[in-house]
Design a protein around this ligand. Structure first.
Ligand code: 5GP
Ligand code: ZN
Length: 140
């Protein structure tokens, strides 16, 4: 998706309203319209990038510095014992809005009853782990 047809670019431009949490030169943080948990915040770069792979080092650092600041405010301001930092890349990962964004989701498990972001650890097959390791390293 290009920036011409991007809902988050429209939010940055002020064409679509949002509940703004924070902004600086490079980043914007706002409340997610479909919160997974109360207090769910999205942090985005003001420049359009589809996903992690395209981000410049400066905007990558800026988004994660803002995420750190807002995560701290979620923990203290909402008195939450945890915050999940989640970031999806590509339709295979269920990325829906194709403008890079970091989800900050307040967590208080198991009381909050949120079942996503939780999985049972199952030992992997060593041969498969090593074969994937090799392919990833070969691609570096
Ligand atoms: P994704 O699956 O791409 O990581 O998540 C996109 C997120 O953007 C979803 O959590 C969705 O609720 C949120 N979202 C989509 N459109 C809007 C919007 O217009 N305003 C706000 N505040 N959030 C949006
Ligand atoms: Zn965009």
């Amino acid at each position: 998706m290009s920036e011409e047809a991007c809902i988050f670019c429209d939010i940055v431009a002020g064409k679509v309203p949002c509940h703004k949490v924070y902004e600086d030169d490079r980043t914007l943080a706002f409340m997610d319209i479909n919160p997974v948990a109360p207090g769910h915040v999205l942090v985005i770069p003001k420049t359009h990038y589809e996903n992690l792979l395209g981000l410049t080092p400066g905007d990558l650092a800026a988004v994660h510095q803002t995420s750190q600041k807002i995560a701290g405010a979620i923990i203290t301001g909402l008195k939450m014992p945890g915050v999940a930092v989640l970031q999806l890349n590509g339709k295979g990962a269920n990325q829906v809005v194709m403008h890079y964004h970091v989800h900050l989701i307040p967590r208080n498990r198991p009381k909050d009853g949120i079942e996503i972001l939780e999985w049972e650890p199952k030992p992997g097959n060593t041969r498969s782990i090593k074969s994937k390791l090799q392919k990833i390293q070969d691609a570096l």
